[in-house]
Write a protein that binds this ligand. Sequence first.
Ligand code: M6R
Length: 616
Amino acid sequence: MCGIVGYVGKQKASAILLEGLKRLEYRGYDSAGLAVEHDHAFEVVKKVGRVNNLVAETAHHRLAGTTGISHTRWATHGGVTDANAHPHVSSDGKFALVHNGVIENYSGMKKFLLGQGYKFLSETDTEALVNLIAYHYKKEVDRPDSSRFLESVRKTLRHVEGTYGIVVLCTEHPNELVAARKGSPLILGIGDGEFLLASDVSAIISRTQNVVYLKDGEIVDVTPKNFTITTLDQADVAPVIDRVTWTLEDAEMGTFAHFMEKEIFEQPLALENGMRGRFSEDQSTANFGGLNLTPADFRLIDRIYFCACGTAWHACLVAEHLIERFARVPVEVDYASEFRYRNVPLRPNSLFFVISQSGETIDTLAALREAKRKGHVTAAICNVVGSTIARESDGGIYQHAGPEIGVASTKAFTSQILIASMFALYVARMRDMSFSDGVQYVQALKQAPDLVRKVLEQAPHIKEIAKRYAHHHDFLFLGRLSLFPIALEGALKLKEISYIHAEGYPAAEMKHGPIALISENCPTVFFAPKGEIFQKVVSSIQEIKARRGKTIVITTEGSEFPAGLTDEIITIPDCHEAVLPIVAAVPVQLLSYYIAVELGRDVDKPRNLAKSVTVE
Ligand code: M6R
């Protein structure tokens, strides 16, 4: 939520800031703005709407400075207006600030500052923060000039309740940025004679691959020559410099029309990368270097909890199915946002797992912290390396799916399922799964990329179906067992990028209510793979047909249906249960994508959404 970019160096800051903002736009796209410092004054440009609006507006400004900050906003406090766009400037004109997060005690701060004569121009919580910095700066008049800016920010942050990633500029300290984080991501990029600050790596990857992932409670003071990191309590922090493994090309759209399309087609590669080097020498089980649990630890675990949000929660449901089916360990799945307030009685000997593409989702992070507080061993499946969740969990498995920019998660989802499936195998092989079943399972996993390639070949067929059905206002998605979560995911994908109402249900639950929705205007997407309950699913399809409902059936090769039962058929390769949910997810991703394109939706930046939900 909200993207931040800051720059200090020798180049003209505005061009670098705008390029970074474009790459961060998926984090929020209600408004965008920048502030550049030059000759002890700020030039501030802000505009409602997309970064391109801001780019157009900047053409009318000089923006000569080499130090600046910028922001793309996902509105929390205050409507979507130019005035509420960041950066915000203190009423004495000395400070400009960009902020990602929520200042919970801002109204008390604002009241105090109004009493002190500070003026407010926006409805945001952020403006209280920048004015409080100005207030402390004024009070710190006797402090040496070299530390006055930094210490004013530090003092201010000690009063803050809530979350923030901030970058601050000061007219009296040209060529200096002070930045800090608590609960919102912030990265320092170390370039050649320049430093960048950003909410995530994609904003700075064109200038450097060397980064420091700042931690909660840290403040960084940056000049073109140097940087220092300290804590809110003034303790020095020795920086750990990481090298980002992916490149600019990975974060670009290339020849695709949208990031979502690119990411759907990248799935075979993402799956290959998720498996690389992770099978045992005898090819009968998986290996995970970062879990930090021994086989002996695993033998003691008698329950696994999974928590996540959105699409990642659907991946948890698939994990539940696969782990219970193959490893025979009971699994419980919860929405992270519910778990954190429900005070769940976690059983001893439980492993607490979270799944998060971004590794920054605030509810998932809170759930993880709550489980840790209660003394449970925690683990995380994350895609973003160095993210807060990856760092705070006791152990973890990186997805290695590459950057996911499209707001609608696709390759991260199938890669999460892959990791969950490998984890199910790993636990199963420590328990009752035989060597030969393990070998078969590994072979099946290794086929997943090619199976997905086969489904992707059907894109033109699915596009035609999408054109025929795009005008409907309601859809049902039905599936059973491991494909019930894929039905939920199909419905979510359609909702979020097409704005079409869709519901996912276990197929047999249809009779208990949703069947009332069925008419010729509400098509049903049915998962009907071959298998022991195939006939039961066929009966459910018949019930739909009897009520004149249209059916789009996703089935495995060789399945046969009574004549007239299916209006549309999408055939996926017959495969092992370990990979079926991965293979079955692809057609619904494509269907949703092509429907959204047909409707002219903004696929990569659907309304009201942001890629990573870092506020409650
Ligand atoms: O980064 P996370 O995996 O923690 O994000 C969780 C959800 O916010 C995310 O999956 C969301 O539901 C996506 N927009 C779905 O496409």
